[in-house]
Design a protein around this ligand. Structure first.
Ligand SMILES: Cc1cc2nc3c(=O)[nH]c(=O)nc-3n(C[C@H](O)[C@H](O)[C@H](O)COP(=O)(O)OP(=O)(O)OC[C@H]3O[C@@H](n4cnc5c(N)ncnc54)[C@H](O)[C@@H]3O)c2cc1C
Length: 387
């Protein structure tokens, strides 16, 4: 057992950290408040090869795994730039296409995802189905060689920045009750696909959308994989990378908040010559949050290692636990940091309250803490399903 990164992973961590710090949280918030995207950071990360670390070299990537992508997610977040689209585009979309797409789809999409010139976002959530994806109502129907898609999706991140949406639909002939999901690569400018931006209470340069699919016509090769049988495995292929990378983003955000607060409490003096951090009422909550973040990081490392060794089932358990732990730890760390900074904690300048919405959302999305507890109760503790 080793807890050390390889020299290459160490170098990656240092390089991504340096890139993230050059942009920093001020840049992230400025973009968010101006209604703009972190285009420059994304483009530079792509040029430097960080967005494609998990994509095979023959498609322009770095040939690494989810361990490497988790490092990228964590270090950018630890520099104050938690980019949700890293979870959606390189983690979910690139994994799904690489593992279950056709060779033609790999050649067409992976190089652009690797160098950051293309983003593919992911649409599964629906207003009526919520956490229960067995109730998906978006339907794909054959029409000659084409597919016609109809349905509604909600909270879909980054549609305004992406060339394609990876849409999860059910095939119409699955009316026997058995879900037969299928994934489609739908161009964001396809006729019949419209969107409306949701107003979210999250300071983020990335937006969420309602998507309406009204007779969206896509060609046969928009279906991910060689046949409809690829649907379910393709859908599941995206889940572990999603959980692991979103957990890494949470852990990085937690580290960022604790670092901001520790710098402040070590130097701020309001009672005689002592720093406020010398009072245990201030330092212990920060130390407690630091322990929670570090525990989550360990679980993330375990989940990523299992996933990269092809142990998908074990990675599923570890990835869900890592996501739960990191979501809780990030929310605790940011809240604790705000408290430790006092009034400064609520200012934009000190850059911690700006993360409150994002870490709160991290306990809901992409999978809620309750659904993870359901998963652990059933698959680890052997409990019956209540729903
Ligand atoms: C910032 C943000 C970005 C997002 N980006 C995307 C995206 O890019 N693509 C995408 O497809 N989706 C996206 N989502 C959607 C997200 O994945 C869902 O919000 C999430 O899965 C929960 O679904 P829901 O909102 O429908 O909640 P519901 O399913 O309505 O659940 C509401 C509450 O009830 C709880 N609950 C429901 N069922 C049970 C049960 N059986 N047992 C216990 N508790 C239960 C849930 O845990 C939750 O707390 C995003 C959401 C947010 C907030």
């Amino acid at each position: 057992m080793t807890f050390d990164l390889t020299p290459e992973q160490d170098q990656l961590r240092d390089a991504v950290r340096a890139l993230g710090r050059r942009y920093g949280h001020g840049y992230f918030v400025e973009k968010a408040k101006a209604g703009e995207h972190t285009t420059e950071l994304w483009a530079e990360a792509g040029r430097l090869g960080y967005l494609g670390v998990n994509i095979p070299t023959e498609y322009g990537g770095g040939g690494g795994g989810i361990t490497e992508l988790a490092i990228v997610c964590e270090e950018l977040a630890a520099a104050g730039c938690p980019l949700l689209l890293l979870v959606v585009s390189p983690a979910i979309a690139a994994t799904v296409i690489n593992r279950h797409g056709t060779e033609e789809q790999r050649k067409r999409h992976l190089p652009g995802l690797a160098d950051g010139s293309q983003k593919i976002v992911f649409a599964i959530t629906e207003p009526e189905a919520g956490s229960n994806f067995h109730r998906l109502g978006t339907v794909a129907r054959r029409d000659g060689d084409d597919w016609l898609l109809n349905g509604r999706k909600c909270y879909i991140s980054g549609v305004d920045e992406a060339g394609h949406v990876l849409v999860v639909a059910r095939t119409e002939d699955a009316s026997t009750g058995k879900l037969k999901p299928a994934l489609f690569l739908v161009p964001t400018d396809a006729a019949g696909l419209t969107r409306s931006k949701l107003d979210m209470e999250i300071v983020s340069p990335e937006n969420q959308f309602l998507l309406y699919l009204d007779d969206v016509r896509v060609p046969a090769d928009a279906l991910v994989g060689e046949s409809l049988d690829a649907g379910l495995p393709a859908l599941f292929a995206g889940l572990n990378p999603e959980r692991i990378t979103v957990a890494a983003m949470g852990a990085g955000t937690g580290r960022y908040a604790i670092e901001r607060a520790s710098e402040y409490t070590a130097t701020r003096k309001v009672w005689g010559g002592r720093s406020i951090g010398s009072h245990q009422g201030v330092s212990h909550p920060l130390a407690h949050a630091a322990v929670q973040v570090e525990l989550a990081r360990l679980m993330i490392q375990k989940a990523a290692t299992l996933y990269d060794s092809g142990r998908d089932l074990e990675a599923g358990v570890a990835g869900n636990m890592a996501k739960y732990a990191a979501g809780e730890a990030a929310a605790l760390a940011v809240d604790t940091a705000v408290q430790a900074l006092g009034g400064a904690g609520m200012t934009t300048e000190y850059g911690v309250a700006t993360l409150l919405g994002a870490v709160r959302a991290g306990r809901i999305a992409p999978v809620s803490r309750e659904m993870i507890l359901n998963f652990v109760a059933q698959h680890v503790l052997g409990q019956d399903k209540s729903y």
